[in-house]
Ligand binder design. Structure first.
Ligand SMILES: [Zn+2]
Length: 115
């Protein structure tokens, strides 16, 4: 079942309320719910328990810790992590390494001479 948002549910309920009463909506469209729950959704107070939310096709809720630095909740777009590309040594990197090895060899030779 595709999940819907709280406001999408409220909108569809308000749409239905244009043509029929809440009791009729309960019987016709949401027989698994209660009049109180539907009235609360109509008024923008959405269910929080997983059982009730999933019966309406609403995504589950979680508690989130506020940021200790700024006291807000940081949210991000749903961007799946890309696979990290393994960096291979470039020709330039290898050339730099060769030069550095030559430099170290020379230093060792100078050091050995002075022992
Ligand atoms: Zn912050």
């Amino acid at each position: 079942m595709a999940m819907i948002t709280d406001t999408e549910l409220q909108k569809s309920l308000l749409r239905l309320l244009k043509s029929k009463k809440l009791t009729a909506i309960l019987n016709d469209d949401f027989p698994y719910s209660s009049l109180g729950t539907l009235a609360r959704i109509r008024d923008g107070k959405f269910p929080t328990t997983h059982k009730v939310r999933s019966s309406f096709g609403l995504a589950g809720m979680i508690s989130v810790q506020r940021c200790p630095n700024c006291d807000s909740v940081h949210t991000r777009k749903c961007l799946p992590k890309k696979k990290k590309i393994k960096r291979t040594a470039s020709v330039r990197d290898i050339a730099t390494a060769v030069v550095y090895i030559k430099f170290l060899k020379r230093r060792i030779q100078i050091y050995a001479k002075n022992i």
